[in-house]
Design a protein around this ligand. Structure first.
Ligand SMILES: Nc1ncnc2c1ncn2[C@@H]1O[C@H](COP(=O)(O)OP(=O)(O)OP(=O)(O)O)[C@@H](O)[C@H]1O
Length: 465
């Protein structure tokens, strides 16, 4: 490869990564040699080398290959000043990494042709997590709408956007979808997505390498920052501190921030109060546990996608409905079940019937069944309303007792696979029509009484946690 080829690749990269990224990260690279399939570049600092390798390594490699260079790998090393090797301290630090030191100068990091695909600064994005593949239903419609708004840009209307909800409900999917959308429509923007754990890792690394300034500059220069699973930094004092300053600096510059967590800001234990309060200063949106319709929608959507990989594989009517009913834990489990089912169906070369589903997914279905019992529901509801557990099954008919009992019956119907007579039996041997009436009554009340709707949601969350 010649300097000319590198010149061409630089122009391609300028187009691919946008001007800002190019000036900050690509321009400082100095092409050195290509030997035995390894392209070597000099970089001004360790930090830049690490960053470029991690975030642009794959792209550089791809463009080099496209330009005809026979390159399998790239290496970045700090440029030796006046022909001298870089100081020994850094060299030692680098050797603590897995790569062997390069002969001319300490190796910073290597990107290989088999590495993960990283398109944007920050963590890699999953190609499957786009808005197109996100199925919208009642439980996630607000979160979806808010994410769309952020992705479509325009004036920052709520900052930060804070998305929270239980495991596997689509928080990461929505954040990646925002990043992909912006990547496509606004390639000039610097969008960074990473988990709170990665934020901490980089922060600690920067401290170790005396590159805190670059770290700060880097994070303060993004246009859109997305941090996933922010609950991770709770209790980690200096990371929280740094996060707080980064957060404030970006908000002050009207840069968009999107944060996700498994619970609401105030519910995150050991999260500094000032951070919790800042996190709530924009729009806080809850991704609710999935309902039957959403689960079915997701399954149908996935089946469409699977058709390409498994053409000709038939699925009997009723199988998806059965799965949507029985697997209510989270979408990840639901997806896993479907993947297993399709793989199994194609292996045995048979239509996916209900029988086959029950055989193939026996363990998953048992685990979901075990999830919530009528007894647990009775216990949680009586705790919530400060009533005696014995009153759940007793004869008292006063509203303060009867209403929670009806709610417990309703939740038993929704969250377990018990039939109406079975539920009635567990509520002191009541008739199935009593349970039916309770379910209907609570459904009506839920639509008009906010307090009841909220209590149900809270109870459902606690039970499914
Ligand atoms: N509404 C949806 N439509 C399509 N797929 C979904 C939806 N919600 C979740 N998924 C899928 O479920 C899986 C889990 O979602 P995701 O990783 O976004 O969850 P999460 O809320 O970030 O969970 P965690 O807190 O465990 O990280 C992903 O494969 C995602 O694509």
């Amino acid at each position: 490869m010649t300097n000319d080829t590198w010149g061409r690749v630089q122009r391609d990269l300028l187009e691919a990564v946008g001007k800002n990224n190019y000036t900050t990260w690509i321009e400082p690279l100095e092409f050195n040699t290509v030997e035995n399939g390894v392209a070597r570049f000099h970089v001004p600092t360790t930090f830049i080398g690490n960053w470029v390798s991690r975030n642009f390594g794959q792209q550089i490699l791809m463009h080099l290959t496209r330009a005809g260079a026979e390159v399998e790998r790239i290496e970045f090393s700090v440029a030796p000043k006046n022909g001298a090797r870089k100081d020994a301290v850094s060299a030692k630090e680098f050797r603590t990494k897995t790569e062997a030191p390069a002969p001319a100068a300490p190796v910073v990091r290597t990107a290989s042709a088999n590495g993960s695909n990283i398109d944007l600064p920050g963590a890699p994005l999953d190609k499957r997590f786009t808005f197109d593949t996100f199925v919208v239903g009642k439980p996630n419609e607000l979160a979806h709408a808010a994410a769309r708004r952020v992705a479509e840009g325009g004036p920052v209307s709520f900052n930060p956007l804070f998305l929270y909800g239980g495991v596997g409900l689509g928080k990461t999917h929505l954040m990646h979808a925002i990043a992909w959308h912006l990547h496509r429509t606004r390639p000039d923007l610097r969008v960074m997505y990473l988990s709170a754990e990665q934020f901490m890792y980089r922060f600690v690394q920067a401290l170790r390498e005396n590159s805190s300034m670059q770290f700060k500059e880097m994070f303060r220069s993004v246009d859109v920052l997305m941090v996933d699973d922010v609950q991770f930094i709770a209790g980690k004092d200096s990371t929280q501190e740094e996060f707080f300053h980064t957060f404030n600096a970006l908000i002050d510059q009207h840069r968009q921030i999107v944060i996700s967590a498994d619970r609401a800001p105030v519910e995150i234990k050991k999260l500094e109060e000032r951070i919790a309060s800042r996190l709530q200063s924009g729009l806080v949106v809850d991704l609710h546990p999935t309902d039957y319709e959403l689960r079915l929608g997701i399954l149908q959507h996935k089946v469409e996608q699977y058709r390409e990989s498994y053409p000709g594989l038939k699925i009997q009517d009723g199988v998806l409905e059965f799965l949507a009913h029985r697997i209510s834990t989270n979408v990840r489990v639901l997806e896993g079940a479907l993947t297993k089912l399709f793989a199994f169906g194609s292996l045995v070369g048979r239509e996916i019937t209900l029988d086959l589903t029950q055989d193939c997914l026996a363990d998953v279905l048992r685990a979901s069944d075990r999830k919530v019992t009528v007894e647990e529901i009775q216990r949680k509801v009586s705790e919530h309303y400060n009533m005696r557990l014995s009153d759940m099954i007793g004869p008292k008919r006063h509203r303060t007792i009867a209403r929670p009992r009806q709610m417990a019956m309703y939740l038993s119907k929704k969250l377990t696979s018990r039939s109406l007579p079975e539920i009635g039996k567990r509520f002191g041997g009541r008739d199935h029509t009593t349970v039916m009436h309770a379910v209907k009554r609570i459904e009506e009340l839920k639509a008009v009484d906010n307090q009841i709707a909220e209590d149900l949601e809270l109870l459902r969350r606690m039970l499914e946690a």
